[in-house]
Structures are given as structure tokens and as C-alpha cells.
Design a protein. Structure first.
Length: 469
């Protein structure tokens, strides 16, 4: 199995990025309950035939969809070690908890948070955003809200995030009982950054209308275009208005490792909380989300739920409070910290920063290739590693959606789509450390080939238009 997976990583380029699953393969996952035992080698063979070839594809250098990291070999091996230990990181006194605490300490240092800041591994930034919003809510309402529920408060809390913020921010407000309408979506400027002047007006307007603004969410690397909000500006407004500042840095926050990007994250160190993923730009295998909260005590008070069976002791296995289960909704938790610890130690932060910078250089190269072609157009400024562009043609939304599906099915490269100002864009998020300029060329060449094949020649279109007359 180890050989298979090392070969998989070594020869990933020889495979299609992604391929559709044939019906018989899909049908193999509708099998009856496995009552009787089977040979390990037989199950392994089934994995090789039915699972491995039809995976998501984000290990492949041609994968450019959504924001998916490429993982790494040492991280993969660490997952095996973690599974072997089968440690439960709810709490208690053992070395795996210390590994997680080590990462918390490193992240405090990296992001300029104080020693009293708390941190926690979670599935991903969606969960990290939810945890941060819950701490902000309880801080605004008082911790009695946990017992009494939000219906007991006359306050109508409001939060502010840009229109380009990730959907998980609205979801977090929904899940914490305040309702997704409690998020005021602030317009963005041409660079897709939150408009601070409008933000100020909205806060003032809400206060006059009897609402209680409590939370400001800045984004470091928006999902559609990679824009970084003016975090310094947001920190100033949060401090003036006494609002909790949360930064959604799902992939962009780790840009702090690249000297070229770090200055653009100025203000991040003033945040009350930060959510980000090691599994995106950090290249740690899925999943490895993380939340950092400036005031660890507020964080603890939002989640700690004493129970007789979780009693803390002065010594023995029950020692060593605060436990991770005091900082989030999960009790049983796996050892996500180990693959992160291996990745950070084996590669070192400098090399990880260089990888991040390299993905941005590749995005700049893609931007250049798009601007050099009369058949292509750029739909948004390129801020970090995301390029939104499209093939120019009539019925462009439909044709470009087809181009993306055809690219994926051809197995050449796998961008995704989004909408920029209502127009469908081919969206390439270059996140994988294996991606190189040849992959960018392949994306451009295949886009042009498919786009041309889907679009009638200009003469035919003119002819069609004249018939129309
Ligand atoms: C800006 C932003 N926030 C939140 C998320 C959600 O992160 P996750 O998928 O790890 O939950 C993403 C995912 O791409 C994102 O780009």
C-alpha cells in the first residue's frame, strides 16, 4: 500500500487530472453490508481499481479548481503514523496534545498573536469561521447567552463582511442563531476589496436603527478572485467601533510565509480571531483547518462544558487542562496536528513561503498569456494565485461552462467556474506546489482549442446575423 501511494505521487503527471467514474465502478459502491470478512488484499485491489483512479484530482499539477492544496508525501506518511497511534485529541495528558499545542504556539508567533491566544485544529475554515463567530457572539451578548439562548436578549446583533466574503460567513451567522440576514454585505471596489467608507455608513445606519453591530469580518484572499481586504483599515474601524475583528484567511493567511505577500496582510496581527487552512496553501493533506483566538479565555468560555466524565485532575491521564474539547464543539478528535507538524518541520517555513510565492508567479504568467490572446479576456484583477478569465464568443456563459466541463473530462486540467459581475468565468486557482508553467500553457492551449471548436467561425456568425436581418 505504501509503494502504491508513493508511486501514485511520483507518477501523478502520467494520469488524467480527473476522469468520470464508469457506471459499474459507481455501482460497486452500492454493495450490500459486508457481513462476512474479506481478504485485505482483495479489498486493497478494489481500492486500486475503483477508488484511486477516480479521486478528486487535486494532487495533480493540472488541478486548478476551487482552492485545493496538493498535499505532500511526508504529510501522507504522518497520517499513517497518526492512524497507527489512533490518539483521541479531545484532551488528557499525552504527547499528541503537545504536538497540537506546539502548532498553536507557532501560529501565535507567526501571526503576531499574544501568548494568551488559543488555537484549535478543525475540519476547515468553514468550521473555524463558525467557532470565531460564536466566540464573538457570546462576547457581545455575555456568556449567559449560552444557557439562556439568544431569544432571551433584546439585542439585534449585526455583522459586516464584504460581498466577496465566503458563504461560510453567512452560514456561521445562521448556525449561531442570529440569522444570515444579520450579515450586512458591504460592496467591494474594483479590486474586490471591502469598501471602508460604505462600511462606516452601514455601521452608523444600523446603530441609529437600533441594531447592535458586533462583528467585522475581513477576508485575506477572497474565494473568487484572491483579493485581500485592507486589514489595517478594518482593524482601525473595529477598534473605533468596538467590534470583534475576525479574519477569514482560509488560504491567504499563510501568504504571511512569503516575503512578497506578507506586507499586504498588515493588520492581521490586530484581529481578534483568524481562520485558515493548512490544507490549502500549506500543502498539508486534508483536512487541517485552524482557528486562532486572541483572547484564549473568551474562547474557552464559549465552549467549555464541564461534565463529570471529563473531570480534570492534578496528575495522571486526566491532567493538563485546557483541553481542545474546551475550545470547540468536537469531543473526539483525530491527530490532524501530526501531518501539519511533519509538513512544517520537514520543509521549513521558508520553502513553504517560496511555494506560495511561486503559485502567484504562475498566476501572473497565466494573466499574461490571457492578455496576449485576442480570443481570451480577463474578468478580474489578479491579486494572488487566482485568475478569472474566459473565451470571447457569443453566448459566452454557456460556452465557457462547456469549456470547463470539457477540460475536466479531457483530464488535461481542472479549473472551476465562478461569476464575476454576473459573467461566468473560467477560474484557475493555482494552489498546488507541483503546478508549473507547462500546466498553465496546457490550460491556455486546451481552452483555445475547445473554445474554437464550440464557436462557429466569425464569417458564419456574420452570415447568421445577416439572415437574422
Ligand atoms: C475565503 C474562504 N473562506 C472559507 C473557505 C471554506 O474553507 P473550507 O473549505 O476549508 O471549509 C474557503 C474555501 O475555499 C475560502 O476560500
Amino acid at each position: 500500500m505504501l509503494d502504491d501511494m508513493l508511486d501514485y505521487l511520483e507518477h501523478i503527471r502520467e494520469r488524467p487530472v480527473w476522469q468520470p467514474m464508469p457506471d459499474p465502478v459507481r455501482a460497486s459502491f452500492r454493495a450490500p453490508l459486508p457481513i462476512a470478512p474479506a481478504d485485505l488484499s482483495a479489498v486493497h485491489q478494489e481500492f486500486l481499481e475503483n477508488v484511486l483512479p477516480y479521486s478528486n484530482g487535486n494532487v495533480h499539477p493540472g488541478f486548478m479548481g476551487w482552492v485545493h492544496g496538493g498535499g505532500n508525501g511526508p504529510g501522507m506518511l504522518a497520517e499513517m503514523l497518526a492512524a497507527g497511534l489512533n490518539a483521541n485529541l479531545a484532551g488528557r495528558d499525552h504527547a499528541p496534545i503537545e504536538v497540537e499545542r506546539q502548532i498553536v504556539q507557532w501560529m501565535r508567533e507567526l501571526f503576531g498573536f499574544p501568548k494568551t491566544a488559543s488555537g484549535l485544529f478543525v475540519t476547515g475554515t468553514s468550521m473555524a469561521n463558525l467557532i470565531a463567530v460564536l466566540v464573538a457572539r457570546d462576547t457581545a451578548l455575555g456568556f449567559d447567552a449560552r444557557r439562556l439562548g439568544i431569544a432571551a436578549t433584546p439585542k439585534r446583533l449585526t455583522a459586516y463582511a464584504s460581498m466577496a466574503a465566503h458563504g461560510s460567513v453567512r452560514q456561521a451567522l445562521d448556525f449561531c442563531g442570529l440569522g444570515s440576514d444579520a450579515v450586512r454585505l458591504v460592496p467591494v471596489d474594483w479590486q474586490q476589496q471591502i469598501n471602508l467608507a460604505v462600511l462606516r455608513h452601514l455601521i452608523e445606519f444600523d446603530r441609529k436603527a437600533g441594531y447592535t453591530p458586533f462583528l467585522l469580518v475581513g477576508t485575506a484572499g477572497t474565494v473568487d478572485t484572491g483579493a485581500i481586504d485592507d486589514l489595517d483599515g478594518l482593524a482601525e474601524i473595529a477598534s473605533e467601533q468596538r467590534l470583534w475583528l475576525h479574519v477569514d484567511g482560509a488560504y491567504g493567511a499563510l501568504g504571511i510565509l512569503a516575503p512578497e505577500i506578507a506586507p499586504r496582510l498588515a493588520g492581521l496581527e490586530a484581529a481578534d480571531s483568524l481562520a485558515f487552512d493548512f490544507h490549502k496553501w500549506g500543502q498539508v493533506p486534508y483536512d487541517a483547518g485552524f482557528v486562532l483566538v486572541r483572547d484564549g479565555e473568551l474562547h474557552r468560555r464559549s465552549f467549555a462544558s464541564p461534565a463529570a466524565y471529563l473531570e480534570r485532575e492534578a496528575r495522571g491521564l486526566g491532567a493538563g487542562s485546557t483541553w481542545p474539547c474546551d475550545l470547540g464543539p468536537d469531543l473526539s478528535r483525530g491527530f490532524r496536528a501530526l501531518k501539519t507538524w511533519f509538513t512544517l518541520k520537514v520543509y521549513g517555513l521558508q520553502a513553504l513561503g517560496q511555494t506560495i510565492a511561486r503559485t502567484c508567479e504562475l498566476a501572473a504568467y497565466l494573466e499574461q498569456r490571457v492578455s496576449e490572446s485576442e480570443e481570451l479576456e480577463l474578468l478580474a484583477p489578479v491579486s494572488l494565485n487566482i485568475v478569472c478569465f474566459r473565451f470571447r464568443c457569443p453566448d459566452a456563459d454557456r460556452v465557457n461552462a462547456r469549456i470547463v466541463m470539457d477540460l475536466q473530462e479531457a483530464g488535461v486540467c481542472a479549473p472551476s467556474t465562478t461569476r464575476i459581475n454576473g459573467e461566468l468565468a473560467i477560474r484557475a486557482a493555482i494552489t498546488n506546489h507541483r503546478t508549473g508553467s507547462a500546466d498553465i500553457d496546457a490550460l491556455i492551449d486546451a481552452t483555445l482549442t475547445i473554445g474554437r471548436a464550440l464557436t462557429p467561425p466569425v464569417e458564419d456568425r456574420e452570415l447568421e446575423a445577416s439572415y437574422g436581418d
